[in-house]
Design a protein around this ligand. Structure first.
Ligand code: TXA
Ligand code: MG
Length: 352
C-alpha cells in the first residue's frame, strides 16, 4: 500500500472473461473509483466520464496537467450520439470502418460531458476500443469511461500490467492484467470538426487508412515539423512525452550508416563511463555484437516494433542505462506513429 489506496491486481483472460471480476470493476467505476484496464493500444486508467470527482482522481493519480483533456471510451456506436452534438457523415464512415479499434475522433460535444473532461474545450475525444476486457467493463458499468494512458504523466505509456504497477500502485483501486497490448502505441486522434479530417496524433489507424475511406486527410502541421514552434491542436502533444529516465538519441538516415554511427557513439559513451544501450531491429542486431542492445522488432513488420517500443524504453531504465541509442524507421504507415513517439522521447536527433 502506498498513498493510502489499496490497489487490487487481478488477471483476466480476454478470451475467457471472468464476469465476476468485470462486475467488481464496474462497481468501482460506479462508486467513483479508478480501474486500470487493457485496450488494444495501451493500458488506460478509467473512471466514470460523467462523474467530475472521479475524473479528477485520474488527473491526480497521473500527475496530469488539468488543461490536457481525456478520451471518452464507449462500447456501442449509439452512445456516440449521446456524447457528440454533431456527427458528420465522414465521422460515421470512419466509425463504420475502424470501430471498434485504435481510432479516437474529436467531435463537438454535448453538455453531458463536463469541462473537467474536455479541459474547457467545446469538443470531446471519443473512442470505441476493440479489446474485449475494455468493452466488457464499459458495458457492465453502463457508463462512458474516461481513460488516458495508465502511466505517470510524461513516462512511456504502459503496454503490460507490470508497467502500470510501476507507475500507479497505491493510486488506483484496481488493475486488470489482461496481458500485453497488441499495438503498443496510443490510438490515432483525428479531428473531425473541420472540412478535412486532421490527424492530431498518429497511431494504428494511419493517414493512408483514412484517405482510403474518405479520399482526404491531413496531419496537424506540428506533427510534420515538430522542430518548429507550431502549437499542436491536441493539448497533449505539447508536453514532453514517452520519456524514459535515460536520455534518448534518435539516429536518422541510411540504416548501414546509422548502425556505424551508433557503434561509434556507443564506444565514445562507454569511454566516458556512461552506460549506453542500443535499440536494435532484426535487420541490425548482428551489427551490434557484444554491445548492450534490445531488439525491438522487424523493420518489415512495423507492428512488431510498435508493440515493443515502450517496453524497450522501460527495460533500458530497469537496466540502469544512461543513454539509449535508437534507430529511426521509415515514416510510412505505422512508421509515422513510431517516429512521432520516438521523436518526442528523444533529447537529441542525429541525421547521418
Ligand atoms: O489509445 C489511446 O488512445 C489510450 C487508450 C487508453 O485508449 N488513451 C490515451 O489517452 O492515449 P491520453 O489521455 O493519454 O491521450 C489523449 C490525447 C491527448 O493528446 C489529448 O490532448 C488529446 O487526446 N485530446 C483529448 N481531447 C481532445 C480534444 N477535445 N481536442 C484535441 N485533442 C484532444
Ligand atoms: Mg498518454
Amino acid at each position: 500500500m502506498e498513498n493510502g489506496i489499496i490497489t487490487k491486481i487481478v488477471k483476466v483472460d480476454p478470451e475467457n472473461i471472468d464476469y465476476n471480476i468485470i462486475k467488481e470493476a464496474a462497481d468501482i467505476i460506479n462508486r467513483g473509483g479508478l480501474v486500470v484496464f487493457p485496450t488494444e493500444t495501451v493500458y488506460g486508467i478509467g473512471a466514470d466520464a460523467l462523474n467530475d470527482a472521479a475524473v479528477d482522481k485520474i488527473f491526480k493519480a497521473k500527475g496530469r496537467p488539468q488543461d490536457n483533456p481525456l478520451i471518452v471510451h464507449i462500447a456501442e456506436l449509439d452512445e456516440l450520439y449521446c456524447l457528440a452534438s454533431e456527427v458528420p457523415k465522414k465521422a460515421e464512415l470512419l466509425a463504420e470502418r475502424f470501430w471498434p479499434g485504435p481510432l479516437t475522433m474529436i467531435l463537438y460535444k454535448r453538455k453531458i460531458l463536463s469541462d473537467k473532461i474536455t479541459a474547457g474545450l467545446n469538443t470531446a475525444a471519443i473512442r470505441l476500443p476493440v479489446n474485449k476486457i475494455a468493452l466488457a467493463l464499459i458495458r457492465e458499468s453502463k457508463k462512458p469511461i474516461a481513460a488516458p494512458s495508465a502511466n505517470t504523466s510524461g513516462s512511456p505509456s504502459p503496454t503490460e500490467a507490470s508497467h502500470v504497477i510501476e507507475d500507479l500502485m497505491g493510486k488506483v483501486d484496481m488493475i486488470i492484467d489482461g496481458g500485453s497490448t497488441y499495438i503498443g502505441l496510443e490510438s490515432t486522434v483525428v479531428d473531425m470538426t473541420g472540412d478535412i479530417p486532421m490527424i492530431l496524433r498518429p497511431g494504428g489507424v494511419t493517414l493512408e487508412d483514412i484517405i482510403s475511406v474518405l479520399g482526404e486527410c491531413t496531419y496537424d502541421p506540428s506533427i510534420i515539423k515538430s522542430e518548429e514552434a507550431i502549437i499542436p491542436k491536441s493539448p497533449g502533444q505539447k508536453y514532453r512525452h514517452y520519456s524514459p529516465k535515460a536520455k534518448v538519441i534518435l539516429y536518422k538516415g541510411h540504416i548501414e550508416k546509422v548502425a556505424e554511427k551508433i557503434n561509434e557513439d556507443y564506444d565514445k559513451l562507454t569511454l566516458k563511463g556512461l552506460k549506453a544501450g542500443i535499440m536494435s531491429t532484426v535487420q541490425t542486431r548482428e551489427l551490434y555484437k557484444g554491445k548492450v542492445n534490445i531488439c525491438i522488432g522487424d523493420r518489415t513488420k512495423l507492428l512488431t516494433i510498435s508493440s515493443n517500443l515502450f517496453k524497450g524504453l522501460r527495460d533500458f531504465d530497469h537496466m540502469g542505462i544512461d543513454v539509449i541509442l535508437a534507430e529511426a524507421v521509415d515514416e510510412k504507415g505505422l512508421g509515422k506513429a513510431i517516429m512521432n513517439r520516438l521523436g518526442k522521447s528523444a533529447g537529441e536527433i542525429i541525421e547521418v
